[in-house]
Design a protein around this ligand. Structure first.
Ligand code: CAA
Length: 241
């Protein structure tokens, strides 16, 4: 039987692929988005899934958003913390705004989104929490001191919360995608992407969003019950841990 699932940043890129994979598995899926209303409308028209607008960096907005989704669809059993941004630049030139924006959206969001759903999951004795971290949280990346710090923080969050939650049949896992063909990656200077990044990927290509979606689908299934606290690399061989 399907569960109610919420995917943050779910109207584009990896999040949209995750939402579609969960929908295909029979779940009732809601997605959130921050500001691109046009993309949200396109996504909803394509999938029939409702997109809700709020900022995952704002705790009160997250609590209100969760309440609205639960009123519309029922208690949230599956949460995929996917929403993320980059503000790349060398650290010696990085501004406080670049630091704060990335830490707020990519790390504070885990508290803001997970705190309002975890008590319900514990009370019902079932839950799935997936965090989309990054290869760059595992290995660090020049130009991304802010992003690498936040994404490494995501992994610590997962490991601690998984220990607290396992006894309540709630799994908590991190996926670390490598470079996937999304707008975020395509925004990198094409010369840097072709000349510096692609040669680092043994598979010789960018990942497909659907490849991440399939992994999330497994983690959220009953078959994935024994996997918790894991950090799953999916990066075409770029970084092996
Ligand atoms: N890997 C290897 N080398 C890189 C690199 C990378 N990811 N990014 C930059 N470089 C190299 C450049 O090729 C360049 O080398 P040369 O001097 O030999 O040409 C050198 O670093 C300096 O780069 P720039 O000339 O571009 O310097 P800049 O000050 O204009 O910009 C930068 C520096 C901000 C790091 C910029 O190059 C950049 O944005 N790079 C991409 C950083 C990156 O990988 N971001 C990932 C975004 S996607 C994502 O985050 C999703 C995910 O989870 C994987």
């Amino acid at each position: 039987m399907g569960h109610v699932a919420l995917v943050t940043g779910g109207t584009r890129g990896i999040g949209a692929a995750v939402a579609k994979a969960l929908q295909a598995d029979g779940h009732q899926v809601a997605v959130s988005y921050a500001g691109n209303a046009e993309a949200a409308e396109r996504f909803s028209a394509e999938t029939g899934l409702k997109a809700y607008r709020w900022d995952v960096g704002d705790f009160d907005a997250c609590a209100a958003g969760v309440a609205t989704v639960e009123r519309d669809l029922g208690p949230i059993d599956i949460l995929v913390n996917n929403a993320g941004i980059t503000r790349d630049g060398f650290f010696h030139k990085m501004t406080r705004d670049q630091w704060r924006a990335v830490l707020t959206t990519n790390l504070d969001s885990l508290f803001n989104m997970t705190r309002p759903v975890i008590e319900g999951m514990r009370a019902r004795g079932w839950g799935r929490i997936v965090v989309i971290s990054s290869i760059n949280g595992q290995k660090g990346q020049m130009g991304q001191v802010n992003y690498s710090a936040a994404k490494a923080g995501d992994i610590g969050f997962v490991k601690a919360l998984a220990q607290e939650s396992a006894g309540k049949n709630i799994t908590v896992n991190a996926i670390c995608p490598g470079y996937v063909g999304t707008e975020m990656v395509r925004a990198i200077d094409p010369d840097v992407l072709q000349r510096r990044i692609l040669p680092q990927i043994p598979a010789g290509r960018l990942g497909e969003p659907a490849e991440i979606g399939e992994l999330v689908r497994y983690l959220c299934s009953d078959a994935g019950a024994f996997m918790t606290g894991a950090t799953l690399s999916i990066n075409g061989g770029q970084y092996m841990v």
